[in-house]
Design a protein around this ligand. Structure first.
Ligand code: NDP
Ligand code: HSE
Length: 439
């Protein structure tokens, strides 16, 4: 039976999972592939830490170049992460005639085109299934399974850490910092956890999805990004009362006047399948013009689910090697190497219902002042809750609006914050009622 040598750079959480999957599932992988995968070398700066997996002598090395320059290695797996040395490792591997597998969404969302073009020049493959949705095969779905469709919308819960935090806050009333610490202990969080909680990791992944879905070359800066730091127990409680759940959503919607590309906490109907995606689970709801809605759901982070996607990519590439082919599917999903120009819509032109929470003095006339300003900006009120009473003190006054223009909503918030009855910054959260419904 044929043997194919592979090398790994980065023996951390996911790298350890890759070693375990290759060890535990070697039988089924061999039967599927018709060849044996040999993990010939692993490079990591730390060669002494016990990862709980046994390696043959000489496999673990300190210097990544030992992997990259090994002529017997056909596929290099990059699991170092980040936008620093990882890019050099990938480009050097391509230069040395290797194919590459990576999970590095931070790098692909910023330097994806450069890497794909370098791979095309070398007729090599770069596969990156684990970069979005952990173990969920969403990249393959977009590049292959849905290739016959024009993609109309994408709604994703694609950061396990943020979803884990929001779920624990919703179900157990957990405190933000405690829950984040637990996510870090479990290996879900990025090296810099602000990437998870500030929506940056979600934006990295959305950029990858948009570029695959629309053949575009969208930059991170084009994606409106807002994280979950300002979500507190009050908003979670009121969302439930209005029949919503709060999720950090990645949203891309294609319309006549351009594509909406945004990441922010969103209230969604409690009965929508995305509202039921809890904990470290991720889900991506896609709509194609021929297929209609498709939803993929699964574990979006963690050692083994992520390793599952990485090893599947290795198998895919090895199938190409065995069939003496490469670049069968264009890496960015479309054949245009510079990316199609698409217009990203400004959030000012969004037209959505909004949840608004005011911390207002509890006295007669407050509601009429607020509704007066909203009315002046053409924003009409769907419902109001004001339950807690604290005469003379601050009480939360909560309003859900009908569809309103975001430009007007922001202007209204600015005006309301100048009123002497308002004691704190106004909180507002966008509401998506018809996620993925036909246009
Ligand atoms: P880790 O930090 O656990 O692992 C990275 C490893 O690379 C560490 O062992 C690190 O060593 C090592 N490393 C750093 N610099 C070098 C170098 N110059 N040469 C060789 N090794 C080096 O990260 P993860 O395993 O969590 O993530 C890996 C990639 O997978 C990232 O791109 C991440 O975004 C992505 N990903 C992670 C998921 C997860 O659930 N963890 C899910 C999906 C994707 P040291 O610690 O000593 O610096
Ligand atoms: N930090 C990321 C998450 C890892 O929590 O989803 C998976 O990409």
């Amino acid at each position: 039976m044929k043997k194919i040598n592979i090398g790994l750079i980065g023996f951390g959480t996911v790298g350890t999972g890759v070693v375990k999957v290759l060890r535990d599932n070697s039988g089924v992988i061999k039967e599927r592939l018709g060849a044996e995968l040999i993990l010939k070398r692993i490079a990591d700066t730390d060669v002494s830490r016990d990862r709980g997996v046994k390696l043959d002598d000489g496999v673990l090395v300190k210097d990544a170049l030992t992997v990259i320059n090994d002529p017997e290695i056909s596929v290099v797996i990059e699991l170092v992460g980040g936008t620093g040395v990882a890019k050099g490792f990938i480009l050097a591997s391509l230069d040395a005639g290797k194919h590459v597998v990576t999970a590095n969404k931070a790098l692909l969302s910023t330097h994806g085109r450069e890497i794909f073009n370098a791979a095309a020049e070398k007729k090599a493959d770069v596969y990156f299934e684990a970069s979005v949705g952990g173990g969920i095969p969403v990249i393959k779905a977009l590049r292959e399974g849905l290739a016959a469709n024009k993609i109309e919308s994408i709604y994703g819960i694609i950061n396990g850490t943020a979803n884990y935090i929001l779920t624990k806050m919703t179900n157990d009333g957990g405190k933000f910092d405690d829950v984040l610490r637990r996510a870090q202990e479990k290996g879900y969080a990025e090296a810099d956890p602000s990437f998870d909680v500030d929506g940056i990791d979600t934006a990295h992944k959305l950029a990858i999805l948009i570029n695959l879905a629309f053949g575009a070359n969208v930059k991170l800066a084009d994606i409106y990004t807002e994280g979950i730091r300002n979500i507190n127990q009050l908003d979670i409680k009121y969302a439930k009362e209005f029949g919503y759940r709060i999720k950090l959503l990645a949203i891309a919607k294609s319309g006549d006047s351009g594509v909406e590309a945004r990441v922010h906490p969103t209230m969604i109907p409690a009965g929508h399948p995305l509202a039921l995606v809890d904990g470290v689970y991720n889900a991506v709801h896609l709509r194609g013009n021929a297929v209609g809605p498709v939803m993929l759901w699964g574990l979006g982070a963690g050692m083994m689910p992520t390793a599952s996607a990485v090893v599947a990519d290795v198998i895919d590439i090895c199938r190409n090697i065995l069939n003496k082919t490469s670049q069968r599917v264009p890496l960015p999903s479309f054949t245009d190497e510079d990316g199609r120009a698409i217009k990203i819509k400004d959030t000012d032109s969004l037209e959505l219902p909004y949840y608004m929470r005011f911390s207002a003095i509890d006295k007669p006339g407050v509601l009429s002042k607020i509704s007066g300003v909203l009315g002046g900006h053409n924003i009409s009120i769907l419902s109001v809750i004001q339950k807690d009473r604290k005469v003379g003190g601050a009480v939360p006054l909560v309003i859900v609006t009908h569809n309103a223009l975001e430009r007007e909503l922001r202007a209204a918030v600015k005006e309301i914050e100048t009123l002497d009855i308002i004691l704190e910054k106004v909180v507002y959260v966008r509401i998506e009622e018809n996620l993925g419904a036909a246009n």
